[in-house]
Design a protein around this ligand. Structure first.
Ligand SMILES: Nc1nc2c(ncn2[C@@H]2O[C@H](COP(=O)(O)OP(=O)(O)OP(=O)(O)O)[C@@H](O)[C@H]2O)c(=O)[nH]1
Ligand SMILES: [Mg+2]
Length: 482
């Protein structure tokens, strides 16, 4: 969780985590603590307990509520954070009783997202979600509480406006929605542009705290690409790599997954992830030292399924320095890696990661020797712009030859745009790479068509003649008959 340095001495918080038997959601106390850490609050105490079902007034029982009130006094807490969703009235009742601010799980996650949102769009989306979340709570009035200056739970919307005028809130919401629409349009355009100009894209996805950003930074440091500087400053989550052994790729870091995402945020979260759909390979980074590893893997997989991702995935089991697992690669079939065990922090297994990525991407990259036609200046510029020219040379008759490394379908697209026949500019076996391989069902169709032709009677006669001539045994028989 290295995105933000917290202001000194964050809020003094008491955490409340109950086992509710009617809600089966065990063992995410550890995750709750991580989230509270992320929000920058200081954990004074964790109060646990169990109940059959939530209490209507306080969520917890009144005895437990009293216990918390005493703790708030004794520990001088500023805030009590619940690992549950509270109704606005429960929150209000608790604040009155505890005489301090109360934040529920949704509010907590919204707060973290507010701190982390880096893009303009992300900020707008989080603010919108926060306003929607607050709107239901506005009725409470804040008079019974001391006014807070920039504590957690209230970042983003200005509190004074909110408490004085619901109408302002509505205006702000409308404004935000209009801006979001605009941003979405621009983003779609930007994405199309980037997609066109990039050769291969690899995206890091995974549960929060898995080590995506650590891996991103290590890969970026080890594979510095000269033109990185500008790129990095424009967008800290994108890096062009000259990945030794793999080639030029764009690496993308993404925001981490969290279970039980507040529904206000699901949409914006999906929107940011949809960009990963356009990647050529996903590295699913997994915290292999987490006791919740399997739940986290499942959570990530189900989100990927929801956004209909069919991009190939390599599972990267990170943090092996903590598990003692040796660095290695698992294969699902020969030549097709499915898992790599690494440590981004301790720098273990990075060469194996490279090997695995290389194996998964080599199918995509091929080398071509292109004889450049005289009038193909545009094509040449485009190839240089894409950075896929490895070498420039001349043949005996003075023709310019470019050695290229790029996906076959990309080259096909470029030649098509310039109306160039691949067979005119590439060696035959390379030009054949550009012709898409037939899918199995297409092969079946082709065979059927051939069968149909064969059963055509005229053709059959022709074919019979041909067979007679071609069949040496029948010829011998004929000869002997003569
Ligand atoms: N021991 C150990 N810790 C690691 C390793 N990789 C990352 N970490 C730590 O795990 C924590 C989370 O790492 P990040 O890289 O921020 O994780 P992330 O996946 O980007 O998290 P989000 O951005 O919240 O989704 C940090 O404290 C890292 O130092 C590793 O290989 N071993
Ligand atoms: Mg990160």
């Amino acid at each position: 969780m290295d995105y933000f340095d917290r202001h000194e001495g964050g809020e003094r918080a008491i955490l409340v985590h109950l086992e509710i038997r009617q809600i089966s959601d065990p063992d995410d106390l550890e995750e709750f603590k991580l989230l509270v850490d992320s929000a920058g609050a200081k954990q004074l105490a964790v109060i646990t307990g169990s109940r059959q079902k939530p209490d209507a007034k306080y969520f917890i029982g009144s005895g437990k509520a009293q216990e918390i009130a005493e703790q708030v006094q004794a520990l001088e807490a500023d805030i009590v954070i619940f690992n549950h969703s509270l109704t606005p009235s429960q929150e209000r009742n608790l604040e009155t009783l505890l005489q301090c601010r109360v934040l529920d799980r949704t509010g907590l996650i919204l707060d973290i997202f507010a701190q982390r949102a880096r893009t303009y769009e992300g900020k707008l989306q989080v603010e919108l979600a926060q306003l929607n979340h607050l709107a239901t709570r506005l009725v409470r009035g804040w008079t019974h509480l001391e006014r807070q200056k920039g504590g957690i739970g209230l970042r983003g919307p200005g509190e004074t406006q909110l408490e004085t005028d619901r109408r302002l809130l509505q205006i702000r919401v409308t404004q935000l929605k209009a801006r979001l629409d605009k941003v979405k349009q621009t983003r779609a355009q930007g994405r199309a542009k980037r997609q066109k100009s990039d050769v291969l894209t690899v995206s890091l996805v995974g549960y929060t705290n898995a080590g995506k950003s650590s891996l991103f930074n290590r890969l970026a440091d080890e594979n510095i690409y000269a033109a990185n500087q500008l790129f990095a400053t424009l967008d800290p989550t994108l890096r062009r790599l000259d990945w030794q052994g793999v080639g030029r790729v764009v690496l993308v870091d993404t925001v981490g997954f969290v279970r039980h995402l507040p529904h206000e945020l699901v949409e914006s979260f999906h929107a940011t992830l949809e960009e990963t759909l356009e990647a050529d390979l996903l590295l699913h980074v997994i915290d292999s030292s987490s006791p919740d590893m399997h739940e986290q893997i499942e959570a990530v997989k189900s989100v990927l399924a929801e956004i209909n991702s069919d991009v190939p995935v390599l599972n990267v089991y990170n943090k092996i320095d903590l598990t003692g697992e040796p660095a290695h690669i698992n294969y699902s079939e020969p030549g097709v890696p499915s898992r790599v065990y690494v440590s981004a922090k301790a720098d273990l297994g990075m060469s194996m990661l490279t090997t695995a990525v290389q194996q998964l991407l080599t199918g995509k990259l091929s080398t071509f020797e292109l004889t450049l036609p005289y009038d193909a200046g545009n094509l040449k510029n485009e190839l240089y712009r894409l950075d896929v020219v490895e070498q420039e040379s001349y043949d005996e008759s003075g023709h310019e030859i470019l050695t290229l490394r790029l996906p076959a379908d990309k080259l096909q697209q470029l030649l098509g745009q310039s109306n160039i026949d691949p067979f005119a500019v590439l060696p035959k076996e390379q030009a054949e790479l550009l012709i898409p391989k037939l899918e199995p069902f297409e092969q079946e169709l082709k065979q059927e068509a051939e069968q149909a032709l064969l059963s055509d009677s005229n053709l059959k006669e022709d074919f019979a003649d041909y067979e007679l001539e071609a069949e040496p045994t029948s010829l011998t028989e004929q000869e002997s008959n003569d």
